[in-house]
Design a protein around this ligand. Structure first.
Ligand code: BES
Ligand code: MN
Ligand code: MN
Length: 470
């Protein structure tokens, strides 16, 4: 059944259309706040972004708008959650709208065509760090709610709770603790998450699975202090070489992870999923050329690119801080080196077991003369959500009206740690309706959000919320 366009939905859609420019200008204000959650020096900006979102939720008519602190003695750097609700639609279901206001670091800065925190419009896109991940998509929720409030004379067609976190990009521990300890404050029938991508331009997409992850550091220590590499080279251990020797044994040239037992719990996607993925409009050569930009793709033989990125675990090295990285040459044997290594997990792997297997293996590989420490920075569970419920139908109906096309179901290779907790702790289905594009440069220089998708996203969410309330 397609959702009939009732008068209130129509008025909300019209309101959103009339106010498009204002919505974009407001989003720009939010994008100017450099809320980089991983950088302790930006803590004030992160809080400012939370306050900005809270003020707007209050202005549009949400109730009980508050910042929930997540600082604990173990986590002195915790960033606040923005929480709000409006629960006066008697008898109607409750939708929990989730987003995050924190962003990834913008570096390397010199690769941006316009500065990351000076949002700039070019060719129908808005460029800024956080434009699509996730400030722009979170703003779609806020603006859809504003449009519905405006059309309903201060009332919504459905009950709504909102939770916006400031630590998604650093693992989301604060919101996880809140869901565990105060789950009743988020009690809802369904969660709506807009923090994923469309499979292709103009193709309405629901994301039904995410990889989990463990993010780790391996610290290698050799000599007591840095040493002259001529005087001591040959006799003193080198922690960088040691890390290289460890890393090369973590994954083979065919992309297979060599940690014993790592694949034991990997679940194979269903035949129906694999068949649906084969039918998606995916051109591997185009993907290699335009999205990846490398001379060839890598990874496990026998698996398609979509299987490799959605349904297989992987391991990556992000950086190796330490030693000498300045201009020119310095002949030193560094006393210590660090490797930042993460693994993406798929159902039914668990972060705790995978980390234990990894740690034991790395410690076994420790080269002579070196002391290794393996530590977990953060983790999140992999998840596949159910598609057989009325909320998924409300979402596909809403997007059908907006895009005029049937929705495709995909998984995402990325992680949103809290989605697993919504399903497991709150026991509610989650609808991941995202409007990013494959070339939006998430986490990279020149991140953007296609403005047409910002508008279509708002309309889709207006229609989804009306549909759930109907
Ligand atoms: N929005 C992304 C996750 C995403 C992107 C899912 C594209 C599906 C498609 C999210 O903000 C993100 O980047 N998450 C981090 C989580 C991590 C730091 C725990 C990630 O995946 O690296
Ligand atoms: Mn995100
Ligand atoms: Mn992200």
């Amino acid at each position: 059944m397609r959702v009939e366009m009732d008068a209130m939905t129509m008025a909300a859609v019209e309101f959103a259309e009339k106010n498009q420019r204002r919505f974009v200008e407001e989003l720009k204000e939010l994008l100017r706040i450099p809320s980089v959650s991983t950088d302790p020096e930006r803590a004030g900006d992160v809080r400012r972004a939370a306050e900005f979102v809270a003020a707007e939720l209050k202005r549009i008519g949400m109730q009980h708008v508050r910042l929930v602190e997540t600082i604990t003695s173990e986590r002195p750097g915790g960033h606040p959650l923005v929480v709000a609700d409006w629960l006066e639609a008697e008898g109607a279901p409750t939708v929990l709208c989730y987003g995050h206001y924190d962003v990834q670091p913008a570096e390397p800065l010199d690769e941006w065509k316009s500065p990351p925190f000076e949002p700039t419009e070019r060719d129908g896109n808005i460029y800024a760090r956080g434009a699509v991940d996730d400030k722009g998509q979170m703003w779609m929720h806020v603006k859809a709610l504003e449009s519905l409030f405006a059309a309903g004379g201060g009332k919504l067609p459905v009950n709504v709770r909102v939770v916006v976190e400031g630590e998604e990009e650093v693992g989301g521990e604060g919101i996880a603790a809140y869901v565990r300890e105060h789950g009743e404050e988020l009690k809802a029938d369904v969660a709506l998450v807009s923090d994923t991508e469309m499979f292709a331009a103009d193709l309405p997409t629901l994301c039904v699975g995410l990889r989990g992850m463990i993010y780790t550091e391996i610290e290698a220590r050799g000599a007591r202090t840095d040493l002259h590499s001529g005087m001591y080279g040959g006799a003193a251990p080198n922690p960088f070489v040691a890390l290289a020797q460890v890393i090369v044994q973590l994954k083979d040239a065919e992309g297979k992870i060599l940690i014993p037992g790592f694949y034991d719990k990997v679940a194979t996607p269903t035949d129906a999923e694999l068949k649906a993925w084969k039918a998606l409009p995916f051109d591997e050569e185009h993907y290699r050329e335009t999205e990846v930009g490398s001379v060839s793709l890598t990874g496990e033989a026998g698996y398609s690119v979509l299987e490799r990125t959605w349904a297989r675990p992987t391991l990556d090295v992000h950086g190796m801080p330490g030693g000498f990285t300045g201009a020119g040459a310095k002949t030193v044997i560094p006393a210590k080196a660090v490797a930042k290594v993460s693994m993406r997990l798929v159902p039914d792997m668990t972060p705790a077991e995978s980390f234990a297997q990894y740690k034991a293996y790395v410690e076994r590989l420790c080269p002579k003369g070196i002391v290794l420490e393996v530590r977990m920075i953060h983790s999140g569970d992999p998840i596949v959500v159910s598609t057989d419920n009325e909320y998924v139908r409300a979402a596909t109906d809403a997007m059908h009206t907006v895009f005029g096309k049937e929705t495709v179901f995909v998984r995402g290779g990325g992680s949103i740690p809290i989605v697993g907790d919504f399903v497991r702790e709150l026991k509610i289905p989650t609808v991941m309706m995202g409007f990013g594009l494959p070339d939006d440069n998430l986490h990279a220089p020149n991140e953007k959000f296609h403005l047409a998708n910002f508008y279509r996203g708002i309309e889709s969410i207006v229609r989804f919320l009306s549909g759930v309330g109907a």
